[in-house]
Design a protein. Structure first.
Length: 293
């Protein structure tokens, strides 16, 4: 058995969560065109007969003015401890800028690191890709791969390349285990994902989700779980937006979240949502560490 621990790192919205989901062939991490969808380190476990590859998806590193943003960045840096391979992502349709260079400076001393040029379905010009690869080489990467989330073959090839960095060791997790995260965490993230999907650009970043209860009393008999959850917003004016006219918005969020949870957990779900205000939670570390981790 060969094993490997790796971290997927990069700016917000470069395809980190999409990559993890494609490797696992399971929708574990939130995928959104809106930045900062990932708030927690999420471990994904790929297993086959001979290999176990452990990937950590991280929040996008960005310049921030809030305590919450600082916490997200700190999580990404924390993920670099005791790992075997750094996987750095940069999209084909965006130039390498100061944000990328800042991250590359943070990982410059890692011997084992690879760069992935993502989203080549959006920009596949040979000239553009060659120029980007040259820039990445100048930033210290010896191995550079171009991938598209829409090309399953390129993901399979990437997995085989990553396997080359693995080493002999004992299996770390059960073969059928995809993540160390609980079903409660997956439910929480599914509710937050529904909010991201259905709300305007900025509001999802002002939301915290807490699972108040996760009852499995009827799971064995009816394959049913009952979930009660509270969605917290940053200020009073956001509460009305989240509820919507006549409760229309929160109803849509509830329906979407329930379907996501059912699909991911393979159970029937009764979901109950309520909304509360926690003023300026983004600058109160005790609050966001309690409710969003």
């Amino acid at each position: 058995m060969k094993i490997l621990f790796s971290t997927i790192i990069g700016r917000p919205n470069v395809g980190k969560s999409t990559l993890l989901n494609n490797i696992l062939e399971y929708d574990l991490a939130i995928v959104s065109s809106k930045p900062q969808a990932t708030r927690d380190q999420i471990m994904g476990i790929y297993s086959d007969d001979d290999y176990q590859l452990i990937f950590t998806d991280t929040p996008g590193i960005y310049k921030t003015k809030t305590k919450f943003g600082e916490n997200l960045n700190a999580q990404s840096y924390e993920s670099l401890k005791d790992i075997d391979l750094v996987i750095f992502l940069s999209p084909a349709n965006e130039e390498i800028g100061p944000g990328d260079e800042f991250i590359c400076e943070k990982i410059k001393n890692f011997t084992n690191k690879i760069a992935l040029i993502t989203k080549i379905d959006l920009e596949n010009s040979e000239e553009v890709l060659k120029k980007k690869a040259e820039k990445l080489k100048s930033l210290g990467f010896k191995e550079i791969f171009a991938i598209s989330s829409k090309d399953h073959g390129s993901i399979k090839k990437l997995i085989n390349e990553i396997k080359k960095y693995s080493y002999e060791g004992e299996r770390q997790f059960d073969e059928d285990m995809i993540t160390e995260k609980s079903e409660k965490f997956i439910a929480k993230e599914s509710i937050r994902e529904a909010c991201i999907d259905l709300l305007e650009q900025e509001l999802p970043h002002s939301i915290l989700v807490e699972i108040d209860s996760f009852s499995e009393e009827e799971r064995e008999e009816k394959n049913l779980v009952e979930i009660h959850s509270t969605i917290y917003v940053n200020k009073e004016s956001q509460k009305g937006i989240l509820i919507g006219k006549g409760g229309s918005k929160i109803k849509k969020i509830g329906i979407s979240a329930r379907k996501k949870i059912q699909r991911k957990l393979g159970v029937n779900v009764k979901l109950f949502l309520k909304i509360k205000v926690k003023k300026n939670w983004v600058n109160q570390e005790k609050i966001f560490k309690k409710f969003d981790n």
